[in-house]
Ligand binder design. Sequence first.
Ligand SMILES: Cc1cc2nc3c(=O)[nH]c(=O)nc-3n(C[C@H](O)[C@H](O)[C@H](O)COP(=O)(O)OP(=O)(O)OC[C@H]3O[C@@H](n4cnc5c(N)ncnc54)[C@H](O)[C@@H]3O)c2cc1C
Length: 383
Amino acid sequence: MVDLGGDVLVIGAGPSGLASAYYLEQAGISYVIVDRADEVASTWAHLYRSLHLNTASFVTYLPGKRMPVTSPVYPAGHKLYEYIRQYAEEHDFNIRLGVSVRRVAPENGGWLAETSEGSFWFPCVIVATGRYCAPIIPALPGMNDFRGQILHARDYRLPSTFAGQRILVVGAGPSGVDIALELTQAAQLPVYLSVRSDIVISRSFPYGLPNSAWLILARGLLPKRWHSKFLNKVLYHGYPDSRAAAVEIAPNRTDRKGTSTPIRGRGLIDAVRASTIKPVPGVTGFHQDAVELADGSRLPVDTVILCTGYRPVLDYLDIPFETDSQGYPKRADDLDEGGTTEVLGWPGLYLVGRFYRGLGPLHNIRGEAKRAVQEIRARLQIP
Ligand SMILES: Cc1cc2nc3c(=O)[nH]c(=O)nc-3n(C[C@H](O)[C@H](O)[C@H](O)COP(=O)(O)OP(=O)(O)OC[C@H]3O[C@@H](n4cnc5c(N)ncnc54)[C@H](O)[C@@H]3O)c2cc1C
């Protein structure tokens, strides 16, 4: 049994929790971070091996420590994982691993947290449990009858596991496309990729500069109302031969029909043109040895890999709250315009790790963690 105490409970020892701890230490506020996993950055420990960041290394880092200057512009995910672990070791944060939070509820002007180690009261709580705790598994008819294997991208590691198999990858976001591309080295060809809508492709180095550099330039040089127009022109200027690739490419992120996150580079276009990846319509159901597609056809496959995204899990918050379109409690949250990280209507409860937009999650987490600690300072009346 551990004793948890301090002014702030931080739930989650991923980048959001660690960034929060950094600013709490700077402010001299006592805290404890808990995480149900036995290691820090457990989300990054389990992402697929070939993952590369889609945000540039010069904006993707935790407060007070940039990624090494020798890092490639888009480093491998496992390099970021090593960096985060090292960051936690260097700072010697107050972290208790293997502690699960089961319920958080308001009590006596603060918050009572029921954990696997008992119940503890804190004046403030930072929710840093991330957007990626629960894989989204679509419920499709016949799924239980399928004799092959169905897995989520979260459980995918290496292509060699699927040598010679007929594979369908569902979802054409960054994970789906990465995984389909690397499976072309091991699985039976073609690898099928289920695409329900148009795909957004951004260039890795438009006009010779990484995406993130263009975002910084736009923010520095242009009025806010011109940002997306300018970036749409620069980041998504098309690949002239993509029309022949049998997938519909959106002109840019704003004018896409679907909602998928942009993928980077022309790898998918080349693979489709070479017929090593074959786009197929959305999946509507399963049979014993095949999937049924939206055009009514049956596709016999051995394995289906669902790259269908993740959702946050906040069921431990025992309070009524309104959620936004991504399942998060609403905050007054335009931080650029004087917003707050506090959950709307719940003083002392803060949310860090909410934004995917702009320069990317890791960049945004630095700003959110700093803001949360400023708000906590004011609440605790620390000068
Ligand atoms: C495939 C993929 C690629 C990505 N690529 C990029 C990228 O290129 N650039 C970028 O900036 N970001 C990227 N991200 C997004 C983001 O940076 C990471 O997801 C990051 O890990 C978010 O940090 P976090 O601390 O908010 O959440 P997480 O890292 O998910 O940490 C949350 C922690 O909370 C713990 N937890 C959950 N519930 C409880 C509970 N009840 N009790 C105790 N502990 C709990 C979990 O064990 C976990 O360790 C990517 C994400 C994914 C999935």
